[in-house]
Design a protein around this ligand. Sequence first.
Ligand code: 6R9
Length: 653
Amino acid sequence: MAELKPVYDPIGQHHAIPGGLKQYEEMYKESIDPSTRDEFWRKQSAQFIDWIRPYDRVSTGGFAVGDHAWFVGGQLNVSACCLDRHLATKADKTAILWEADEPGQSKKLSYLEVFHGTCRVANALKLHGCRKGDFVTIYMPMMPDTAMAMLACTRIGCPHSVVFAGFTATSLKDRIVDSQSKWVCTADVGKRGSKTIKLKEITDAAVNDCPNVERVFVFKRTGEHGVPYHARDVHMDLVVPKMRPYCHAEAMGSEETMFTLYTSGSTGKPKGVAHSYAGYLLFAAMTTKYSFDLRDDDVFACVADVGWITGHSYIVYGPLCNGATTVMFESVPTYPDPGRYWQMVATHKISVFYTAPTAIRALMAYGDEPVKKHDRSSLRILGTVGEPINPEAWRWYFQVVGDSKCAIADTYWQTETGGHVMTPLPGVTPMKPGSCCLPFFGVEPKVLDAQSGQEVAWSKGQRADGVLALAKPWPSACRTVWGDHERYMATYLDCYKPYYFTGDGCTKDEDGYYWITGRVDDVLNTSGHRIGTAEVESALVAHPAVAQAATIGYPHDIKGQGICCYLELTKGITESPELLKELKGAVRSAIGPFATPDLLIPVAGLPKTRSGKIMRRILRKVAAAEEDQLGDVTTLADPSVVPLLIAKVKQAQ
Ligand code: 6R9
C-alpha cells in the first residue's frame, strides 16, 4: 500500500464547504442521521431541482426488498432543471463546448441554443410518434446533438438507453430488444482519432433484426457517408430545423424511470441498470458541485464518453443542472499527438479536468514534455474515475499535470450508484494518493468479511480489510434491473442483507480512509471498461474451435487489467497463430474492440474441481506470475494440469 501520510490540498477553501473537514463531518452526519437526514435532503433538493409538483415524502422504502424511493409524489422535468431554469440569467453562457476530433474545430453552444436545439429534437421525436414512456435507444458519437437527444428524451418523458458507440451491431441489437425501444437515434458516422466509424451502417445491421423499431433518427456528423436510407429513417438535419424551438416539458414523477444503462455483471447478459428522475438528477448535480468545488466561471471537462455513466452524470446532467460550461471531447488523448488534452486545456482555459487512470498511465509513457509545453495554469481540480489509481500515476497527475497546485479528486462510484459515493472534497479532505478517501453525503460504507458478511471491526489506528457494501439508500442508488427485479435483488441486495453490495474489495486504513482494491467478482475492468468474463467466454465458445473458455483479468501496466483467456480447443483442432487471431476477432465482433483479449492461451486442460467448477483463482495467480502463491490445489480433479498451465503461460507472455 502507498504512503499513509496525507497530502494536503493546495487549492484553498472549498466554496460551498468553507469550514473544511469539520464542516464536511457535520454535513455528512446530518445527511445520514435519521433525525436530520430528511431536512438535509430537502435543502439540497431545493437548490438543484425546480419542482413542478412538490413531493410528499423525502424518502421511503429501503434495500430489504429494493423499494427505496426518493421525493415521493413530486414531479419535475429533468431537461427543464438543466436548461429552462438557467435561461433567465445564463441564456448566453456557453453550455456545451464541443472539441471536435480535428483540433481547432471546436464549437460553442449557449444555454439558449441548447434549449432550442433540445426542444426541436423533442418535437421531431414527437412528430414521428414517439410518446411519453417509450424507450429511446441512443447510439451516437460525442457530438452536441447526442446531449440534446438525451435531454429531448427527458423533456418528453421518454427513458433513454444510451449505447456506447463502440459496441457492435449484435450488442446494440441486444440492448434495443431488451429495452423494447421502438425509437433509435444514431448518426451517419462517428469520428475518433481521424478514424471514421460507420454508425448508421452498424445501426442498420442491428435494427434489421428488430421488427419493433419504428423509426431511426439519423443525425448528421459529417454527411460524407452515403449510406442508403430506408423508409424508417428520419433525416434529422432536414427535419430538426423545421421544428418549433419550444417544446412542453412533461411533468414526470420523481420515481419514474429516467434512463437505463447496460452494464456487465459476473453472469449472463448485460443488465439494464435503471435510474429514476429526481434522485439521480439531484445526486449527479450535487456531486458535480461538491466533489469538484464547482464555480460559476469553471470550464468543466469530463473526457469520458456519454455512452458510459460517467458521461451521463458528468458531461450532461451534473454540469448542466449546475448551469456550468461542459466540454464534450470527441477525440482520443493521443490524437494528433499525446499533448492533445493539455492543448485543449490551454485553448479553452479548462479549470476542472476529469479522466481515467488508464489514460493517465498511457500518457505518462510519453514523458513530461507533451504536458509541459502547454499552458495549464487554468487547471484547479483534476479528477479520476473508473478503476483504482496507482500512486505512481496519481503523483504524475498531481505533480506534472497539475504542477502540484491542483486538488486530485479520486472519485469512486459505479453505473449503479449514479454518482460519486466516495471521494475527497477539494480544499476539504487531505488527499492520499491511491485512496478515494471518504464517503459522500448520504453514503454509509461498510467493510464486510466476504465469507460471514459480518462487518469487520475497525477503530482509529486499525485497518479493516474486506468487501465493500453500502448500508442505506442514497438518492441515486439504482432502482432495479430493467424488467428483472429478481436479478437486481440477487446481484446487489441479497448478497449481504440488508446492504447494497458493490462487488469491490476494500480496505479502511488507520485514518478511516477507504482504498478500493478492485472487483472481487467475475467482472473485468480493462482501461476503465467493465466487461463480464461470461460475455467474453460466450463469444469464444460460440466458435466451433473452442470447447471451453475461462477468462480472467491480470495486472497490465496501462490498462489496469488485461484480458486473459484460457482455451480448451475442440478435439482434433490444433492451435495456430491464425486461429488465435480469428478468435480475437470473434470477441471483437461479438462485444466490441475494447473487449479484445490481450492473451489467448490454449491449454490441454483447465483446472477444475471435482464438481467441474473452473478454479479461476489458480488461473489468476498463474497469469499474474504468482505461481508460488497458488494455495490449496488438492481439491482439483486433476492437479497435473497446473504445471502444464504454468509452462504454457510463460511461453505466451
Ligand atoms: C463510474 C464507473 C464501476 C467499477 C467499480 C470499481 C471501479 C470506479 C473507481 C474504481 C477504484 C475508483 N472504479 N471508480 N475503483 N477507484 N475511483 O467507473 O462505473 O463502469 O460501472 O465501473 O469501476 O471496481 O465497481 P462502472
